[in-house]
Design a protein around this ligand. Structure first.
Ligand code: ZN
Ligand code: ZN
Length: 180
């Protein structure tokens, strides 16, 4: 654990007295690869943390929230989209010598806590499974790639609704040998 990492916090002020607590608010730059292929938090983007650190018998309970910006692209029309996330943080970090067996990520080193693993889990949970620019985004014209939301009523000369024209093209190809 790197004490200089902005996501590593020091809890020594709690002095390991069960019941003592402290509220902390800070921003930290997002680590790399926080997200999935289509949407995520840009590396270095500020993430706002509002946390309560509470000393308990086995360690330190951290509760609160992390908020920030998501950047990605619409799964249907590929336009850039921007959104916000709100991730709940609720994690028990146990003292190094505690006999409790948390995930290794939740074990403290001295008085230090690494927020990054819990942040990753919670941000990925908060991501939209299929990011869309609008709930009813009509996507792209299968024939020419025009973004249909920009051109309501978009049509090609054959007068066929572009959503069906890809299918029409297939039928024409199949018919051609018989035309001769
Ligand atoms: Zn879209
Ligand atoms: Zn088109």
């Amino acid at each position: 654990m790197d004490p200089r990492s902005p996501l590593v916090i020091d809890t020594h002020e709690l002095k390991r007295r069960a019941g003592s607590q402290r509220e902390v608010s800070f921003t930290a730059p997002a680590p790399a690869d926080l997200g999935i292929d289509v949407i995520g938090v840009p590396e270095g983007d500020p993430i706002q943390f509002d946390l309560r650190l509470e000393s308990v018998v086995e360690g330190v309970l951290v509760t609160g929230s992390a908020t920030g910006r998501l950047v990605g692209e619409c799964a249907r029309c590929l336009v850039d989209i921007e959104d916000e996330f709100l991730a709940d943080v609720q994690e028990l970090y146990v003292y190094p010598e505690s006999e409790a067996e948390p995930d290794e990520a939740s074990r403290m080193e001295g008085d230090l806590i690494d927020l990054e693993p819990a942040l990753r889990d919670q941000v990925v949970l908060a991501l939209p499974f299929t990011p869309l620019c609008t709930d009813d985004c009509p996507g792209l014209c299968p024939e020419c790639g025009t973004r249909l939301a920009d051109e309501p009523g978009h049509q090609h000369e054959n007068g066929i609704d572009p959503r069906w024209s890809a299918l029409g093209g297939l039928l024409q190809q199949n018919e051609r040998p018989q035309d001769k």
